[in-house]
Unconditional design. Structure first.
Length: 174
């Protein structure tokens, strides 16, 4: 099985909150698709609660589209590790544009009073939400500087890999 790009990044060096161009791909017609790592929580140090993550998924996808109007967002998906989201965009936005849209989206989350599409018709787990917890995560993001990750500095040295995982001390956000 091939090693996925996301597993070639040293998660022990990864800051949060932060953004990173995970990869850029060219379509057969010549369009560029940029995939971003939008990191909310420090890997193996922090984790977003299930309810906060689900609510963020509903809110963040819409607010990022509102705040990054010059680009077509294909998808915004939560990471399985619950430390952030991947976002696929047609084009090559500047890092600063992504950073500003991320920050504004967190501000928008703090201002909202409802969770869109959180009902039995539009959501597969409509009971698994918490606006309060999502707002706690947004507040945490805004209280910390959102940085731009350097892929070269995060490149994983495959010789360092050990099959260990220590979950002690992981802080739950939201």
């Amino acid at each position: 099985m091939p090693m996925l790009d996301s597993f070639l990044v040293d998660h022990t060096k990864m800051p949060a909150p932060a953004i990173r161009v995970a990869k850029r791909v060219k379509t057969p017609k010549g369009d560029i698709i940029s995939v971003y790592d939008l990191r909310f929580a420090k890997p193996n140090k922090e984790i977003i609660s299930e309810k906060a993550m689900h609510t963020l998924e509903h809110l963040f996808a819409g607010f990022m589209r509102d705040n990054l109007k010059n680009y077509e967002i294909i998808d915004i998906s939560p990471m399985g590790c619950r430390t952030g989201f991947y976002m696929s965009v047609i084009g090559t936005p500047k890092d600063e544009e992504i950073l500003e849209a991320f920050r504004k989206s967190m501000e928008d989350i703090l201002k909202t009073n409802e969770i869109p599409e959180a009902n039995i018709y539009q959501c597969g787990s409509c009971y698994m939400h918490s606006l309060k917890k999502a707002k706690e995560v947004a507040k945490h993001i805004l209280e910390n500087e959102i940085t731009i990750m350097d892929n070269e500095a995060l490149k994983l040295d495959l010789n360092k890999i050990e099959n260990i995982c220590n979950v002690e001390g992981v802080k739950t956000l939201g």
